[in-house]
Design a protein around this ligand. Structure first.
Ligand SMILES: Cc1cc2nc3c(=O)[nH]c(=O)nc-3n(C[C@H](O)[C@H](O)[C@H](O)COP(=O)(O)OP(=O)(O)OC[C@H]3O[C@@H](n4cnc5c(N)ncnc54)[C@H](O)[C@@H]3O)c2cc1C
Length: 241
């Protein structure tokens, strides 16, 4: 197995996704490439040598040595406020990866895909959507994206553009846009029954988000008859060390 080493990463561009989330594009000389769904470790080191590291999903297919992350500002967090508010183009961090071999989607795969994302859990799912589009794959994708309210949507412009074979349903937990047919609330069996695939289609299911969200959504998929080995999960719990 390849040993992962820390690589220098220079911030080359940023985009505000929402009032609290930012996409960061880094140039990482020596980047080995990655598969949609994988993540990296990001390490920050202060002048006095103190360092902190956290995991972040890769948001897009690699473009040579450029990689993209999207980070949500966790209130009182140690690392995410720095990445969303402080770091500037030209600044350096260290990145190690790619990490993960199970929560991945490859364009050679032919099974229908169900993506279920909660909050920033959309990030690795977006990498899968972008990889599918880039590869010209015709595999049918469905995305159920649970989030507090419409202002929290990541990649809003891109997800509004037509992408044949990709169906999207937004599940708002706190506030819905005017005219929405679904009331605000957490993900339920009906959401997955209506917006997902029947278990008989044997879709590959990818569930990502905060731990409680992932556990609830995975339990609902099991209740709908999806086979456990077809449900892949990624929990965005606290990381570090
Ligand atoms: C595999 C993996 C991939 C991840 N990918 C992403 C990603 O693409 N985008 C992204 O924004 N985050 C992602 N995360 C979460 C990320 O690693 C950090 O946990 C998050 O940025 C908070 O770090 P922090 O240093 O700001 O907060 P910390 O200083 O670690 O924590 C501050 C406080 O916030 C709580 N907290 C920590 N993490 C979270 C969280 N995720 N949600 C809610 N409360 C939290 C802590 O319990 C603590 O009370 C991922 C996590 C994992 C395990």
């Amino acid at each position: 197995m390849r040993r992962l080493t820390w690589l220098a990463a220079e911030l080359v561009a940023t985009t505000a996704e929402t009032a609290t989330a930012r996409t960061l594009r880094f140039r990482v000389p020596g980047w080995p490439g990655h598969v949609a769904g994988q993540h990296v470790d990001v390490r920050l080191t202060a002048d006095d040598g103190y360092s902190a590291q956290r995991s972040y999903s890769l948001a897009a297919p690699a473009e040579g040595d450029l990689v993209e992350l999207t980070v949500e500002n966790v209130l009182d967090g140690e690392v995410s406020p720095y990445l969303t508010e402080v770091i500037e183009v030209g600044d350096q961090v260290e990145i190690r990866g790619p990490v993960g071999g199970w929560f991945v989607w490859r364009p050679a795969s032919t099974a229908p895909v169900l993506l279920v994302g909660g909050g920033s859990g959309i990030v690795p799912l977006m990498a899968m959507i972008r990889t599918r589009r880039q590869a010209g794959s015709r595999v049918p994708f469905r995305l159920l994206y649970s989030l507090r309210d419409p202002a929290r949507r990541y990649y809003a412009g891109e997800l509004r553009r037509p992408d044949p074979g990709l169906d999207i349903a937004y599940l708002y937990t706190r506030a819905v846009p005017e005219g929405a047919s679904r009331a605000a609330g957490r993900i339920m069996l009906d959401d997955l029954a209506e917006g997902g695939w029947p278990a008989t289609f044997e879709p590959d299911c990818y569930v990502c988000g905060p731990t409680g969200f992932v556990e609830a959504a995975a339990d609902l998929l099991l209740a709908l008859g999806h086979a456990p080995e077809r449900i892949r999960t990624e929990r965005f719990g606290p990381t570090g060390g």
